[in-house]
Design a protein. Structure first.
Length: 657
């Protein structure tokens, strides 16, 4: 069975298909569970399953291929490429690995590599329709429209029922000024599937291009019957309503889009422009306010909002918006002229003259630049386009503070420190324990798992009554006959209830009874760190300065924490949990390079330490090393940290800056 996923009918259709029966789905029964997970879109479980197969049979190519398929569905294209490459290394004739690696390269916009893989796949199997269709998509992206059309035609010669190939060829024919051929392809696609919103949508677009608005509306209506929530088609229909001067219908469609997706900025922007045209300035400004929330670097939003504010005589607001446009793009002539008009309205004549002069100076420099004067430095069209394009704004992570890497819209947390924790039967039922090590295993075996301890960075929260009861029992035992074990366990309970000073005292008592007790030393450092973080979270980081508040940057002293972790490493250099925690301390201290090195050393000692990959990946994003970030986050996801794939989708799709 072959399924097709489409990007959108006017942006090109990317064929992302599952495999046919000829791809040896049943060659190895042990792969079936992973394949089923892919079929039901449970990609994380699929990856976990293929990991287990790879550990047992690393010489099989199929688990790598299918794991790559699962990663690609999570937008982890770099990780997918690594797995497809491994599959090809094990089986150089693996047709599907070449084709899917080509798709992954295409999604990373590495078109040369994609073409190379598609060509190799065609050499291996020239009778597969999908590989020609996918190669056509890559050719279209590089501007080779004729070559793309030929590939789509070749695909259809092999299989004349490929809906997406008809639609893709229609797009190419429209670009090649063949509207009749494009329309014929749309008709063929509709004949194949009378319920295809993409087919009706594309044909509606072709009618629109021919200014046949009646037929365009008819086709958009048919498309929306098939898929009432297709935002692009609703947007397209709204544009046609606008051309037909049916403004209420257009406004209704924009409103419907926003009901479907309240974050769809294109609908807000278009509705704002239409509302402005009909004189509904206040609501137009409200729509642009929504756009600014997600596109704060777009100069046209501020400029247009400033013009609208002038219409309602909000000159102060207009002045701020024009000034923001100028700040983002210092050569924006129209913004200077608009601000000059505002200054005139406010009777700030000197400022108006100054802005008018700046506009003239920029225009003069443009004139000189066009005449060939290399000294006439003016901001480029490329920079201007970046500032007005909704799609060009790239989210950046900005601050590494208190263990968080964040940007304006999203906070991404580093994985927390590891601690020695008490495990009750209930906590064991809530999920698998992440890590064991020899010190924990020896302790648990010596005590016959009563109590049972774990090294984990999960938060185990027990009822207050449970903690209080255990603390009372341990305190009674300690009063009668103090032992290191009782102090250790009570300290763990004190940590859990955030009674950090008492926890530290108990861990110190352990080492008085049993010097160099690594578990107590480790948790003593952890308790100090958690105490500092807790104090920081509840204290007000502001001071009052002459009646106004001023933010104060607090410097936290983690020296005792680091000393405790280093003492653990002196006792046992292989106790990498202490080294990992040191990395987290460095992040909190904003020593990013040292944190990266600490996580790197953890990975050198344990190549399956997922949290170290995850945290290092975040820091790589912060320092602009996206390719390395992608590799680390892909590995973290592969090892079970699901959040890694969401970060890859948001920050790592385009490779290095």
């Amino acid at each position: 069975m072959k399924n097709i996923l489409c990007k959108g009918f006017w942006g090109g259709l990317l064929l992302l298909l599952t495999l046919s029966a000829s791809a040896q789905w049943n060659t190895y029964n042990m792969l079936q569970m992973g394949k089923n997970a892919i079929y039901f879109d449970d990609y994380v479980s699929a990856i976990d399953n293929f990991n287990n197969i790879i550990r047992i049979k690393p010489y099989l190519s199929e688990p790598y291929f299918f794991r790559g398929l699962a990663k690609m569905n999570l937008d982890d294209y770099e990780g997918a490429i690594a797995d497809y490459t491994q599959a090809i290394d094990l089986n150089p004739n693996y047709f599907y690995a070449y084709m899917y690696r080509g798709i992954a390269y295409h999604n990373l916009r590495k078109f040369k590599e994609a073409m190379r893989d598609y060509n190799e796949a065609i050499t291996l199997d020239p009778s597969d329709a999908y590989v020609y269709a996918n190669r056509g998509i890559t050719k279209a992206e590089t501007g080779d429209y004729k070559g793309a059309e030929k590939d789509y035609s070749k695909s259809l010669m092999i299989d004349n029922k490929l809906l997406a190939a008809y639609l893709n060829r229609a797009i190419m024919r429209e670009k090649l000024d063949d509207p009749e051929g494009a329309m014929a392809d749309c008709n063929a696609a509709i004949k194949l599937n009378m319920f295809s919103d993409d087919a009706f949508g594309l044909r509606g677009y072709l009618w629109y291009k021919q200014k046949d608005y009646h037929n365009a509306i008819e086709d958009y209506n048919r498309a929306l019957k098939a898929n009432p929530k297709n935002k692009k088609i609703l947007m397209s229909r709204a544009i046609v309503w606008y051309e037909m001067k049916k403004f209420p219908d257009a406004l209704k469609d924009y409103g419907e889009i926003i009901k479907i997706d309240s974050t769809y900025i294109y609908a807000y922007y278009n509705r704002a422009m239409l509302r402005a045209e009909v004189g509904d300035y206040n609501n137009a400004i409200s729509d642009l306010d929504k756009v600014v929330e997600t596109n704060p670097d777009n100069i046209l939003i501020y400029f247009n909002r400033g013009l609208l504010k002038m219409e309602i005589k909000d000159y102060a607001g207009a002045y701020e918006d024009f000034s923001e446009s100028i700040r983002l793009y210092p050569d924006f002539v129209k913004a200077y002229l608009a601000r000059a008009a505002v200054n005139n309205a406010l009777q700030h004549y000197a400022a108006a003259d100054e802005d008018h002069g700046r506009a003239l100076a920029v225009m003069d420099r443009y004139r000189k630049m066009k005449e060939g004067d290399r000294n006439a430095l003016v901001d480029t069209t490329e920079n201007f386009q970046r500032l007005i394009d909704f799609n060009a704004r790239e989210d950046k992570m900005r601050d590494v503070i208190n263990g968080r890497v964040q940007d304006k819209n999203v906070i991404v947390s580093l994985r927390d420190i590891f601690c020695v924790q008490y495990l009750s039967l209930d906590s064991l039922r809530n999920g698998k324990v992440q890590y064991y090590n020899t010190h924990i295993m020896n302790y648990n075996q010596q005590h016959n798992y009563q109590p049972s301890l774990s090294l984990s960075n999960r938060k185990y929260r027990y009822p207050a009554s449970f903690i209080e009861e255990n603390i009372q029992q341990l305190s009674s035992k300690i009063t009668q006959q103090p032992t290191a074990d009782d102090y250790l366990l009570r300290g763990i309970f004190y940590m859990n209830s955030r009674e950090y000073p008492k926890a530290i005292e108990d861990f110190m008592a352990v080492n008085e009874l049993e010097p160099n007790h690594i578990l107590a030393l480790f948790n003593q450092a952890n308790a100090r760190m958690q105490m500092l973080d807790y104090i920081e979270s509840i204290e007000d980081n502001t001071v009052e300065v002459i009646g106004e508040e001023k933010q104060v940057k607090r410097i936290i002293d983690y020296s005792q924490v680091l000393e405790g972790y280093r003492k653990c490493l002196e006792i046992d250099p292989a106790f990498i949990f202490a080294l990992y925690n040191i990395g987290n301390v460095y992040v909190k201290s904003e020593k990013i390079d040292q944190a990266i090195e600490a996580y790197s050393e953890v990975i050198r000692q344990d190549k399956e330490f997922a949290e170290a990959y995850f945290n290092r990946g975040l820091l790589y994003i912060y320092t602009g090393r996206k390719a390395e970030a992608n590799a680390d986050l892909s590995k973290a996801g592969e090892l079970g940290i699901i959040d890694a794939y969401n970060i890859i989708k948001r920050y790592c799709k385009e490779g290095n800056d």
